[in-house]
Design a protein around this ligand. Structure first.
Ligand SMILES: [Zn+2]
Length: 423
């Protein structure tokens, strides 16, 4: 059984596929990338979107409709994707659903206190709607800061007052937001569901394509789901198909909460990147800005070619490892990494490429023959998994020469293997 499963879904092909598809997708993106003006010292570049993806996508939900918690949150949780729940604070009778969603990483943002039409309220009422909803959410959700708001009925009040309390605010004029918006207090979205312009998988995909074509940001606005009584209901089957589509196209689309995309844009445009030291084995870089680090602490993506005599690089910030990736663009080795501005010195260290497992061959019911290719003297670790999420160590060894053959066990249920370089 294991052998058949292995032959049909051989894991290393998936891992290898990922290793090759991502660089190709990145190369396509980068070839079309305009030179970024700004205080980023070459050869460093900052990604317009995290991971140098083509476009950003946010899924936002208004009005506390019950199926947002019963259906949408679990649906996005299953894919590890985060959404924004614009919450009318006086409509919440039990905060436990909201708190559970926040604990799963979703953004809890403001949709005012009473869902008032903010174009028809007094100055005092406007302040109360914007500030008191934020205060309530911050009290109920202590692990987050409420930093964005969605205007009820998409009626936009004084931008200056809104900007006193929020870093970004959502309207619903149905257009793609440019990568550097002119007004963060008037960020557009597309109304979804039976009364909106987006009510099918095809229309979600078309909007994603529009965002990608302009390297912009597409924001979806969803109210009701199925028969929960919410405005302009969207069928849960359509939402599921949409989540599946965007989840499997994350090489192209950066799917993130409304507030974190605002953070990213503002940090990207405000940050200075300066290399302050270099030698044969390390480069030291500072990424700084004058934004309030208590709010603006979302990692931004940088990349640079590795020095010509290096094969690859590893990256840390403030002494801690950060997410990084080595890839080849045309014939140049690049390293791409995520760092938090004002989060301490970034150190890029000379390293060697990770080993690659290949040439699978079943050798019997108890194991598989595999080939490991890498650099002489590399220390590698082999792990196995049944789900590509939880990995168990199989062996750690040093590669003698550029290639070796391994026999790995095939315990029941462990269908996937990977090799990683060990520093
Ligand atoms: Zn609303």
């Amino acid at each position: 059984m294991v052998l058949k499963a292995f032959a049909r879904r051989f894991p290393l092909q998936e891992m290898t596929l990922y290793r090759f598809i991502l660089p190709v997708a990145l190369a396509a993106v980068l070839a079309a990338w305009p030179a970024m003006a700004g205080p980023v010292a070459p050869p460093y570049e900052v990604g317009t979107w995290q991971g140098f993806r083509t476009a950003a996508i946010s899924f936002t939900f208004d009005d506390n409709c019950s199926n947002q918690y019963a259906i949408a949150v679990p649906m996005f949780n299953a894919k590890g994707l985060k959404i924004t729940l614009f919450t009318v604070t006086s409509w919440v009778s039990d905060w436990s659903n909201v708190q559970d969603a926040a604990a799963a990483g979703h953004e809890i943002a403001s949709h005012t206190v009473t869902h008032a039409n903010l174009g028809g309220v007094t100055a005092v009422q406007l302040t109360n709607e914007l500030l008191n909803s934020q205060t309530t959410i911050n009290a109920q959700i202590p692990g987050q800061q409420c930093v964005t708001v969605a205007y009820p009925n998409c009626v936009e009040p004084s931008d200056a007052v809104t900007a006193t309390y929020y870093i970004g605010a959502r309207t619903c004029s149905g257009s793609i937001i440019p990568s550097s918006p002119g007004n963060f207090m008037s960020l557009s979205s597309y109304v979804c569901g039976s009364l909106g312009s987006i009510n099918s998988l095809a229309s979600f995909i078309n909007t994603g394509n529009s965002a990608a074509n302009t390297k912009g940001w597409g924001v979806f606005l969803i109210h009701g789901i199925d028969n929960d009584g919410g405005y302009s209901p969207l069928a849960s089957a359509t939402l599921q198909a949409t989540v599946d589509y965007f989840s499997t196209n994350q090489n192209r689309y950066w799917i993130q909460t409304f507030g974190n995309v605002v953070r990213y844009i503002r940090e990207r445009n405000a940050s200075t990147v300066t290399q302050i030291a270099s030698n044969d084995t390390t480069l030291t870089v500072q990424v700084t800005n004058t934004l309030n680090s208590a709010i603006y602490s979302f990692p931004i993506t940088l990349r640079r070619p590795v020095p010509t005599n290096w094969l690859a690089a590893a990256v840390s910030q403030n002494g801690q490892p950060v997410g990084f990736q080595n890839f080849v663009l045309n014939t140049t080795n690049y390293v791409m990494f995520d760092v938090v501005p004002n989060g301490g010195d970034v150190v890029i260290s000379r390293s060697v490429p990770p080993p690659v497992l290949s040439n699978p061959a079943a050798s019997g019911s108890t194991g598989f023959n595999l080939q490991l290719n890498g650099n002489d003297g590399v220390t590698y670790a082999i792990s196995s998994s049944s789900d590509l999420v939880s990995w168990s160590p199989i062996q750690t060894n040093t590669l003698n020469g550029s290639s070796t053959n391994l026999q790995l066990p095939a315990p029941e249920g462990q269908q996937f293997y990977r090799a990683q370089w060990v520093p």
